[in-house]
Design a protein around this ligand. Structure first.
Ligand SMILES: NC(=O)C1=CN([C@@H]2O[C@H](COP(=O)(O)OP(=O)(O)OC[C@H]3O[C@@H](n4cnc5c(N)ncnc54)[C@H](OP(=O)(O)O)[C@@H]3O)[C@@H](O)[C@H]2O)C=CC1
Ligand SMILES: CC(C)(CO)C(=O)C(=O)O
Length: 341
């Protein structure tokens, strides 16, 4: 197919997820990545984008094969826009997109958190704005080099406007599963993302952290609390893992040998993979904790149920944004459940 016949996809938020998606999709779409000057310059110096994954797949995408831009106006010609900024940037991005994108162009939020699509929708009336979900981990190892460190399929709210784009994702080896229950999918992802804060505070790779029972006990505390809050708020998380979400805390609590046997897929993670929140602390950026553990705390307050574990995690991450230290699992357990150790 001539390159001119390929759809144009703008990826707004050149970072770990945005760079990875851009690199994976570039054979089947004309990709424009829009981001900060420091990032775009670094990617140009790198000579483009590299992606790799757990299965050994890898590719170099030269700068001539992907458009790298700092000006929001570069999204004007897009047939589809993917938003890949952190949650705290969504409102600004929504306003920037409203100024530039063509009428009716669909916009997909590939972000963690429950409300990003709603925030985009408010500023973009007349566009289908669809919630998406990225299940896997992406680490930007050096600027322009992206590694997918765990498995899973991208999900998106089912909508007719995506019909022309689903084959693009499929052909690129990143199939998009269309779902009619995205709020439930995002709630289930939020439960998994409660580990982002713990992983960042542990300063360990995800695999090492989740291999230690005491770190898993910390996550189980945060998830149990979130499940009780969700129940009070009538939110029913979807089943994204082989185990129903309600079983996760019990399985996390298990001794290491049992956990490894029952939840081997949860540990099928690249040994270098870390949470996106760890990457934020590492790079001295504000984190998304208010949209993740903070969401549990907000819902708990609305429904008058306690959420001390997630409240403490929000505090600890905000402290870590100022001054970092690596916590041991025992110290963390003592913070989240005094007397449990
Ligand atoms: N990384 C991962 O493994 C995963 C991440 N996610 C989710 O995906 C989303 C993106 O995460 P991730 O890729 O890690 O984030 P990154 O921080 O790596 O990338 C986002 C980039 O967008 C930039 N940006 C922010 N606002 C604008 C703007 N107005 N115009 C242009 N660029 C802007 C940011 O710059 P600046 O830093 O200056 O704000 C940053 O460079 C998050 O919601 C995250 O939770 C989901 C699954 C896995
Ligand atoms: C994939 C996962 C759950 C963990 O890396 C994530 O969403 C993140 O890091 O933000």
């Amino acid at each position: 197919m001539s390159v001119h016949a390929l759809p144009r996809i703008a990826i707004y938020g050149a970072g770990s997820v945005g760079g990875y998606l851009g690199a994976r999709l570039h054979d089947n779409a004309r990709i424009t990545c829009i981001g900060r000057r420091r990032v775009i310059d670094a990617w140009r110096i790198h000579g483009g984008l590299d992606w790799s994954d757990l299965q050994g797949g890898h590719e170099h995408v030269a700068t001539r094969d992907v458009e790298l831009q700092v000006d929001p106006f570069a999204a004007a010609k897009a047939h589809l826009v993917l938003v890949t900024v952190k949650s705290s940037a969504t409102e600004t991005v929504a306003r920037e997109l409203a100024e530039v994108i063509a009428p009716g162009v669909p916009v997909v939020s590939f972000q963690n958190g429950l409300h990003n699509a709603a925030t985009l929708r408010e500023a973009l009336p007349g566009h289908p704005v669809l919630a998406g979900m990225v299940p896997f981990n992406v680490l930007q190892r050096i600027p322009g080099d992206f590694h997918q460190g765990s498995a899973g399929e991208l999900m998106v709210e089912a909508h007719e406007s995506l019909a022309a784009f689903l084959p693009v994702f499929e052909a690129s080896g990143l199939p998009l599963t269309a779902r009619s229950d995205m709020p439930a999918v995002l709630a289930a992802k939020l439960l998994l993302n409660l580990n982002n804060a713990l992983n960042a505070l542990s300063d360990l790779p995800l695999k090492d952290e989740l291999s230690q029972r005491d770190w898993r006990r910390c996550l189980a505390l945060a998830q149990r609390e979130a499940l009780a809050v969700f129940a009070a708020a009538d939110i029913h998380p979807a089943k994204l893992t082989p185990l129903p979400p309600q079983w996760l805390p019990r399985v996390l609590d298990m001794p290491d040998a049992w956990f490894k046997r029952l939840a081997s897929r949860l540990l099928a993670i690249d040994p270098v993979a870390r949470s996106s929140m760890w990457e934020d602390l590492e790079r001295g950026r504000p984190t998304e904790v208010d949209a993740i553990n903070g969401e549990v705390v907000r819902l708990a307050a609305q429904h008058r149920v306690p959420a001390p574990v997630n409240e403490r995690l929000v505090q600890l991450i905000h402290e870590a944004e100022q001054t970092r230290r690596a916590w041991s699992a025992r110290e963390m357990l003592d913070q989240l459940h005094p007397g449990a150790v």
